[in-house]
Design a binder for this molecule. Structure first.
Ligand code: SF4
Length: 119
């Protein structure tokens, strides 16, 4: 396929992007700013996402703690990452931003707490 259409997710404008493969590389049109071009090229060549999920927690207040990766990870690794995250159990207290697992799957990306939990 020489052309692909995408919607930029970097801001609420949601520009409709068209990516064309040319002999000189990928050509992006429809973007109103440089971020759209960067997003489109990344989405075609190495798609990645910030992963949000929850982990089990030993707490009398909440049974699961919301977590997220501190940077995007490759989309191809998300299923395996979810299997790892599903086995994690943490103890309180937790402070928002605490590293739950560092270097998740050797990506250099950390899994961090999305909220604090005192008990
Ligand atoms: S290309 Fe720029 S203006 Fe358009 S949606 Fe993406 S970030 Fe927003």
């Amino acid at each position: 396929m020489n052309k692909q259409e995408l919607i930029c997710i970097n801001c609420p404008i949601g520009c409709h992007l068209e990516v064309t493969k040319t002999d000189q590389g990928l050509k992006v049109s429809g973007n109103q700013c440089k971020r759209g071009e960067i997003y489109a090229v990344n989405e075609i060549t190495a798609p990645s996402r910030v992963l949000t999920s929850t982990v089990r927690v030993n707490s009398s207040f909440l049974r699961r703690l919301p977590v997220r990766t501190n940077k995007p990870i490759p989309k191809s690794m998300i299923f395996q990452a979810m299997e790892i995250i599903d086995k994690i159990v943490v103890n309180t207290p937790i402070t928002i931003g605490d590293v739950i697992t560092d270097n998740l799957m050797r990506t250099g990306v950390d899994l961090i707490a999305s909220r604090s939990l005192s008990e």
